[in-house]
Design a protein around this ligand. Structure first.
Ligand code: SF4
Length: 219
């Protein structure tokens, strides 16, 4: 199966200096303008250097694929709302990262634990593996519904009840890379309901974003 090329591949073809010489603050913004068709790759002065020889041709070959994929609206299954982008796991990770805050102050998840919980506002019970705990915030990788975990005796989990989902972290794979401070609609690729979420971008670097103030009420 051929690999799907995306915005990350386009950004990777740019110099990555984030110098602003092209009039854009970051190479990712320049990439967004390339996709919009408002500029050409030659407007980055470094693309003329030997170091980046051949990159313009690679960009020209890649752009039609990205543009056609971008024209496909990203629509949630439940509400039929349109998202600004879809969020995929960071490279090598099994799902987007989620930051949780359990309401039950008596539970103390530890790294490596498998948690069973229900996100506030979501009707689906989740299973997730803890990858970090810091000041009451529990960072997890979603594992999914119970059947993906194996048989009844194959695992133990910690019941933590309802949790507030505070943040998501991952990479933008479809749609546009947002700026810090933007309120966005996004679709986590691992979401079992394929429901559009909303939040505020607090970190954006290349195609990697961190979104906080997560809400399932999207208008
Ligand atoms: S695209 Fe080129 S000019 Fe623009 S920020 Fe990146 S390196 Fe600098």
């Amino acid at each position: 199966m051929s690999e799907i090329k995306g915005i990350a591949d386009l950004i990777a073809l740019l110099p990555g200096y984030n110098c602003g010489e092209c009039g854009f603050r970051r190479c990712a913004d320049f990439a967004a303008a390339l996709i919009d068709g408002t500029i050409g790759s030659e407007e980055c002065p470094f693309m003329h250097q030997n170091t980046f020889r051949g990159r313009s041709v690679q960009i020209a070959e890649l752009l039609p694929t990205i543009v056609s994929e971008r024209c496909e609206p990203i629509v949630g299954v439940i509400d039929h709302l349109t998202a600004d982008f879809a969020l995929a796991p960071l490279p090598g990770e099994p799902s987007c990262r989620e930051d949780l805050h359990p309401f039950d102050s008596a539970v103390h998840p530890e790294t490596g634990n498998i948690l069973r919980y229900r996100p506030l506002g979501c009707p689906i019970t989740h299973f997730a593996r803890v990858i970090a705990v810091d000041h009451g915030i529990v960072t997890v990788h979603l594992i999914g519904p119970r059947h993906r975990l194996g048989g009844e005796d194959d695992f133990r989990y910690q019941e933590v009840g309802v949790c507030m989902v505070l943040a998501f972290e991952g990479v933008v794979v479809r749609g546009r890379v947002p700026d810090v401070g933007e309120t966005v609609r996004f679709l986590p690729e691992h979401c079992m309901m394929q429901k559009v979420h909303s939040g505020v971008i607090v970190h954006s670097e290349g195609d990697r974003v961190r979104i906080e103030s997560i809400d399932l009420k999207v208008f």
